[in-house]
Write a new protein. Structure first.
Length: 237
């Protein structure tokens, strides 16, 4: 897949109270329904978001100057700043835009719960294998955002906290249904699932020979066997 390809994926966490920009701020109506927002302006914003998403994925936030984003979008830097008042605003808009589809897919998993949800996670990993640019964007920016000074630090902190909590509920629901053993901490299983998913994605980004779908499918199989309440009962007897 060409690095220049642009893909777009749910609502992002609430804007932090630190004064950083709201990820949803000035989000355009694609249909042009908002007063004063022209179709040309909507197209320009989408071009900027695609250009910024690609460059942030390739170079990271620090390594992609606004001038480069503007050039990639086919406009001047002042033209870009007309739509996004700062690089930080642009970053948060990119994250909000690309996060929507990812969250929609995760909601399907979260709503299932139990064994079905773990199996559905395999489909999510398979989908990620077809969206390299998106995976790379979030992997690069999540790595950078470990620094508390990074403008996306609070975004990714909240994103991971929510993902862990929702996945914990998936396991807890399986326990409530009698599908999973009750002597296993759901929070530990949730953290393990997310860690393996992210770890496989990093290895795959570095070497496409890594089969993250097969790796994650094996993890799910091992977890389902280890969490199986009926097997646990058989062992005890």
């Amino acid at each position: 897949m060409s690095r220049s390809a642009r893909r777009a994926p749910a609502t992002t966490p609430q804007a932090p109270s630190s004064g950083r920009p709201d990820p949803g701020e000035k989000r355009p109506d694609p249909g042009g329904g908002r007063t004063g927002v022209s179709r040309r302006g909507v197209r320009a914003r989408l071009d900027i978001l695609r250009a910024a998403g690609g460059l942030f994925a390739e170079r990271g936030y620090r390594g992609a100057p606004l001038a480069a984003v503007a050039a990639e979008a086919g406009m001047t830097q002042p033209g870009l700043l007309h739509h996004f008042p700062s690089k930080e605003h642009l970053l948060m808009a990119v994250l909000a835009e690309r996060d929507r589809e990812a969250r929609r897919r995760m909601r399907v998993v979260w709503d299932m719960g139990g064994r079905a949800a773990l199996s559905a996670l395999e489909d999510l990993v398979a989908h990620n294998a077809e969206t390299r640019d998106l995976v790379q964007l979030f992997t690069v920016l999540a790595g950078e955002s470990v620094s508390a000074e990074h403008p996306a630090h609070e975004f990714f902190t909240a994103r991971y906290a929510q993902a862990r909590e929702r996945t914990r509920r998936v396991i807890e629901r399986g326990q409530d249904r009698g599908e999973f053993r009750r002597d296993v901490d759901p929070a530990v299983v949730a953290a393990l699932l997310l860690a393996v998913m992210d770890g496989l994605q990093i290895q795959w980004l570095l070497d496409e020979e890594v089969d993250m779908r097969a790796g994650f499918a094996l993890l799910v199989d091992l977890l389902l066997r280890g969490l199986d309440e009926t097997l646990s009962d058989a062992d005890e007897s």
